[in-house]
Design a binder for this molecule. Structure first.
Ligand SMILES: Nc1ncnc2c1ncn2[C@@H]1O[C@H](COP(=O)(O)OP(=O)(O)OP(=O)(O)O)[C@@H](O)[C@H]1O
Ligand SMILES: O=C(O)c1ccc[n+]([C@@H]2O[C@H](COP(=O)([O-])O)[C@@H](O)[C@H]2O)c1
Length: 200
């Protein structure tokens, strides 16, 4: 593999946290540490997106967001990556379609905050994602009810693991997903941008 590609061994469980990270903040670091522990993951890779396909506004340059992300997330089992730029993908399903065969034997787990579960059914090939990798959802202030009532939560109700069984998320076949409660962080990139505290 080319230098710069993250490394994982067959048999390991790797969580993928995709985001614009515009900018990365303490909430991202918090849910990442929780996901490592609660979902029994070996590693987490942050996928710093070249640009969210559903957002009209372009983000700050990728190298600037990567640098900030590496400053915010310092952990021996977490890697900040530009994998989507390397793979030439912007949609999550396409990213997974390229990543899974590249890392044979690695069990990927898609991670996201509850706000993203609420709108997950608008993602490209979202049901393919559900059928292909376990999904770990992390509570976020204000999104509990919309996530619970979402199209994805209702369609895949039978595939939901209770929060008390979260350690099993990566240890079985998709579809399986798990919503975990955790101490909430109200940090958000949009609030940081609105306060002018980023790139000013
Ligand atoms: N405070 C938080 N609590 C739980 N999940 C979060 C939190 N902040 C971000 N996330 C999750 O992290 C992932 C990447 O988030 P993203 O880069 O979009 O940051 P954001 O703060 O949600 O940005 P924005 O405010 O611009 O929407 C998403 O799955 C999002 O749901
Ligand atoms: O694949 C899609 O259709 C899709 C639609 C919206 C968001 N995503 C992914 O969701 C992650 C969070 O996006 P964002 O912009 O809210 O940080 C990021 O990895 C995006 O690529 C993916």
């Amino acid at each position: 593999m080319r230098a710069g590609w993250p490394v994982a061994q067959a048999g390991q469980a790797v969580g993928l946290l995709g985001g614009s990270f515009d900018p990365a903040h303490a909430g991202h670091a918090h849910i990442t540490r929780e996901a490592l522990k609660r979902f029994g993951l070996d590693r987490v890779w942050w996928l710093v997106s070249p640009g969210n396909p559903l957002k009209a506004r372009g983000p700050a340059p990728l190298d600037v967001r990567m640098k900030r992300a590496r400053d915010v997330m310092v952990h021996p089992r977490v890697e900040v990556t530009d994998l989507e730029a390397r793979l030439g993908t912007r949609y999550t399903a396409q990213t997974l379609q390229k990543l899974i065969p590249r890392y044979q034997g690695v069990q990927f787990v898609w991670l996201m905050g509850a706000d993203n579960l609420a709108g997950f059914h608008r993602w490209q090939d979202w049901d393919w994602i559900m059928e292909s990798v376990p999904v770990g959802v992390l509570a976020r202030p204000g999104n509990r009810i919309s996530a619970r009532r979402s199209v994805a939560a209702r369609r895949y109700e039978d595939a939901r693991l209770p929060g008390t069984a979260s350690q099993l998320l990566a240890r079985g076949d998709a579809p399986r997903w798990c919503y975990i409660n955790l101490p909430l962080s109200d940090a958000s990139s949009s609030a940081i941008r609105a306060s002018g505290g980023w790139l000013s």
